[in-house]
Design a binder for this molecule. Sequence first.
Ligand SMILES: O=C(O)[C@@H](CO)OP(=O)(O)O
Length: 249
Amino acid sequence: MYKVVLVRHGESLWNQENRFTGWTDVDLTEKGVQEAIKAGELLKQVPYEIDVAFTSVLKRAIKTLHHILDVNDLLWIPIYKHWKLNERHYGALQGLNKQETADKYGAEQVKIWRRSYDVPPLQITADDERYPQKDKRYGQLTEQEIPLGESLKDTIARVVPYWEAEIVPQIKAGKKVLVVAHGNSLRALMKVLENISDEDIIDLNIPTAVPIMYELDENMTPLRREFLGDRKGVQEKIDVVANPSKIME
Ligand SMILES: O=C(O)[C@@H](CO)OP(=O)(O)O
């Protein structure tokens, strides 16, 4: 039996401001830092002694990972960063306020953009300042790889091959692996791991900085999934993600 732990980053500035974030590299809020430290403490209590960590190239995930490792005195372990673990690229929605977008396009349309399986958001073009190749860290991406606005299906197409090629071999080698990523890159991974249907994935919302512990068989099929922490607190965080402003409907 194998184990792996997935963690979404702590609250970011744009989570707090209720804006679509995607690949925008926003920082953690002070609350987000505290959430990350708490996640580190929860893993220490288990105990889950992390050998190797994977994260995205976005600072909200990288800093969350550092806080978790710091609490566990494990800042020295190998850390692999890759854009394939980035948040889903939210295209032309990036930067917009979610409530204002719901007021303009309707709550139903916003829910489809946020949670459907294969409907992409409004796309950006290559002359947009949000075009990823204008950023040095994405300079090596091919034109096919550069997202202009990804659906969850598009996100799965880059997250899952990275999981299979880079992360699974470490798990199978007996390493205790931690993956710190994002709401939708983790939904992408969890959809495939748990074989969640295209319809049911709409209702999966990932709370900020709650360690998600999986027990896996040798085929990497989950035997068990547990959200660490007190149940009420975890559910409250899930509700915030599902309905960020509580006035979208
Ligand atoms: O804005 C984003 O990039 C994501 C995660 O914060 O938002 P949502 O939960 O609406 O998919």
